[in-house]
Design a protein around this ligand. Structure first.
Ligand code: KIV
Length: 286
């Protein structure tokens, strides 16, 4: 059996009890098990060793080393500056912080568009850095590259809807698939990704009804971000869910903590302690 047909068979697994699926996946095969069991998948984007180390093992089934690192960590306006080298650097950092955890790394801008050899080199660099799978935006024009990676033993996660690497072609960060033609295109692309052997599919910023329909029709699990509650799972950027970026609050990104207040209060307390002569204390010096 080829890797692609093996993953396809896994995606047609009979229903299993939800508690048969572990919190914190050990392999990409757990994605199919989760969908079969109706157990929601939790994915978190993280980029640094310290954050990966603090993320409790069961809190995310899978860590995505997203090229959103370019915006979140490096302050860029988009993800286009990300390179295979940068993605490998972040992947290695996360792998060091969370050894043994299931990591998926983003193939950066254009890395899946220059043919099979370049895509293989990029995916190999990411897997050698600690990822167990790669995520690729879009499918039109590079379905053959996706199949080739899958047939080469590299699990591929798809990404449709708002694909940030195409921000200029899309005319900005906007909801996709709102009209009939856009919805039909997204349905076709999801089918093409499944046929190419992708083991899961991120749906970003698409209407909830469309995401629910794709989720029902596809054998592979969908993981939504701004795609409603009907997806098989959800992904958020760690910094967003921790509230580290109060200036960036898109409708879909709920902050589950007030990280910004934590940073500001911690820094203010440090400054006050230094200025007030309270830090360092006798016990904090040699
Ligand atoms: O780069 C990223 O973090 C992503 C997720 C937001 C899906 O692609």
């Amino acid at each position: 059996m080829t890797p692609a047909s093996f993953l396809a068979a896994e995606s047609r697994l009979p229903p299993a009890p939800a508690d048969a699926v572990p919190d914190g996946f050990s392999s990409v095969r757990d994605f199919a098990r989760a969908k079969a069991a109706g157990r929601k998948i939790v994915m978190v984007s993280a980029y640094e060793a310290w954050a990966a180390r603090l993320l409790p093992p069961g809190a995310a089934d899978c860590i995505l080393v997203g090229d959103s690192a370019m915006m979140v960590v490096h302050g860029a306006p988009d993800t286009l500056e990300a390179t295979p080298e940068l993605m490998a650097l972040h992947t290695r950092a996360v792998a060091r912080g969370a050894p043994g955890r299931l990591l998926v790394a983003d193939m950066p801008f254009l890395s899946a568009r220059k043919g099979r050899a370049e895509a293989l080199d990029c995916a190999a660099a990411l897997l050698r850095a600690g990822a167990r799978a790669v995520k690729i935006e879009g499918v039109r024009g590079h379905a053959d590259v996706i199949s080739h990676l899958v047939e080469s033993g590299i699990p591929v996660m798809g990404h449709l809807g708002l694909t940030p690497q195409s921000v200029h072609a899309l005319g900005g960060y906007r909801v996709q698939g709102r009209d009939e033609a856009g919805a039909a295109r997204l349905e076709e692309d999801a089918a093409a990704l499944e046929a190419a052997g992708a083991f899961a599919l991120v749906l970003e910023c698409v209407p909830a009804t469309l995401a629910r329909a794709v989720t029902a029709r596809r054998g592979i699990p969908t993981i939504g971000i701004g795609a409603g509650a009907g997806c098989d799972g959800q992904v958020l950027v760690l910094h967003d869910l921790l509230g580290f970026n109060p200036d960036f609050r898109p409708r879909f990104a709920r902050a589950f903590a007030d990280g910004a207040a934590l940073v500001r209060e911690g820094a203010a307390r440090f400054a006050a302690a230094v200025r007030g002569g309270d830090f360092p204390s006798d016990r904090e010096q040699f």
